[in-house]
Design a protein around this ligand. Sequence first.
Ligand code: NAG
Length: 314
Amino acid sequence: MFHANGLSALLWAISMFLGSGLMALADEAPCTLHHEGNYYNLNSLKASQDYEFKTLGGHSFYLNVCRRVTTEPWSTGVPNNVDIAGLVRKDHHDFAVGLVNTTLEMRDTGLMLHLSNGSPCPGEDNLYGSSSIRFLCNPSVYGAGKPVVISQFPEDDNEACQYTVEWQTHFACPTGERGLISGLIVFLVITMMILLMLLIVFSTLYNRFVLGKRGFDQLARLSKIHLLEVMDFCIELFQSALDNVRSSGNRWARLTRDINPASYQWSSRDEEQAMMAADPLEDEHNRELQDTNVRRNDMSNGTQGVDDLGTIRS
Ligand SMILES: *[C@@H]1O[C@H](CO)[C@@H](O)[C@H](O)[C@H]1NC(C)=O
């Protein structure tokens, strides 16, 4: 049963690997959000040139979405290597209003993006620039729309440290989710190819090193059963992935249950044995085991036998 255990372990490892792949796929992608059956995606607002608008006191505000600003920051007081999401060009320096955050949040006020850890607030210890950007779905706004500062605190432009920005745009409206399903299909096709390759490689290695075949004999012969099993596996994977995408509940628990190797592979011991019996590799393996047993019996019975080195025992 070495063969069966090895195969189970291999398939288990593969399913764990696939599980984490699916998890990544089912998780929220950067700057997207699933909420009450709707899907929001703000990636289209990423711009090669920052959005520019004014603070309440008339200073320039540069903002980008889901990426760092393209405007060169100047004396912001934050380390050079962090991604500033937006900045205000104050009289004597730039003020970072927060670092890039790709996690969206739905509040009763709307689709929110919270930026924090910007420049140190003027005259405050341990307080850093932050901002809340509220995206409002407005289908009549053509193009990206324009952000507007609706409040800042403190209100004085040179002291201001927290900003609230409102942004009416049609990009904040719920959209369909074309990307996910096609991504899933590509993922499954690649998975199937990897599985097939592994099957061929391992069968060949098995034939060569365990069964000691050489030449063309060592090449894997894919039986119908193997192929059917790979297909079954993929169908189950697809179903569990679909379930998974539909449910917004406890994803990890579902996934590990759905592609648990014990549940998909062989539903009963009988089936497993039937499969093994039908497996030509296993047949040969058994025959070989029997051969060795016969030889061993000969030797232990004390009758004259020939051992592996060919010396004659008496
Ligand atoms: C990013 O946004 C999320 C959701 O609004 C928020 O919980 C989190 O604190 C933010 N992270 C940073 C570093 O601002």
